[in-house]
Design a protein around this ligand. Structure first.
Ligand SMILES: CC(C)(COP(=O)(O)OP(=O)(O)OC[C@H]1O[C@@H](n2cnc3c(N)ncnc32)[C@H](O)[C@@H]1OP(=O)(O)O)[C@@H](O)C(=O)NCCC(=O)NCCS
Length: 149
């Protein structure tokens, strides 16, 4: 099945972006009893969106956001449909994001990880860089990674 998953950019706006919003809502907000807020989406058009597609259907996404320092980028809204979790799709999405960040001369990545996903990011060589804090009702920690040339 993995061979049929394709990774491609998502334009904002587009039908794929509508599917991305639905996926983010279902995977990242509804389990917390929340809905996607303007705060979640207001910078979307200035960020890079990468989708994982299975037979043309969006099953995963991740966003790359520039930070003020041009060498620093933020990874956000990482999600893989529950039926496809545990099949390296999250890893592939992060690797695609890192490739794009390197192409843009990025040297450092930061993200806010839910504590339930800390192990995922650790497997991809991210390190915890803060104490735990609450965001969107659940515990998070800052994680970071320095990219090697
Ligand atoms: C977290 C998430 C993105 C992981 O995606 P995935 O496609 O299931 O992950 P992968 O199959 O690529 O996993 C890569 C590695 O991380 C490990 N891993 C995955 N999720 C993990 C978790 N929650 N805790 C610890 N390890 C995890 C896998 O076992 C795998 O390890 P390996 O190197 O030994 O093979 C996915 O489970 C998800 O969308 N969860 C719900 C939304 C969410 O929590 N998003 C993150 C917000 S910060």
């Amino acid at each position: 099945m993995i061979n049929t998953v394709q990774y491609a950019p998502i334009k904002v706006p587009s039908e794929d972006y509508d599917a991305e919003l639905a996926l983010r809502e279902t995977l990242l907000r509804e389990p917390l009893g929340l809905a996607l807020s303007p705060n979640d989406t207001q910078e979307d058009m200035h960020q890079i969106h990468i989708g994982a597609f299975y037979n043309g259907t969006l099953i995963g996404c991740v966003l790359v956001a520039p930070e003020q320092d041009p060498e620093v980028f933020r990874i956000r809204q990482m999600a893989v449909h529950m039926d496809f979790q545990g099949r390296s799709i999250g890893r592939q999405l992060i690797q695609q994001a890192e490739k794009i960040i390197q192409q843009q001369q990025g040297k450092h990545i930061v993200l806010n990880a839910r504590t339930s996903a800390l192990g995922f990011y650790r497997r991809l060589n991210y390190q915890t860089a803060s104490a735990e804090f609450t965001s969107n009702t659940i515990a998070h920690a800052v994680m970071e990674k320095h990219l090697i040339d």
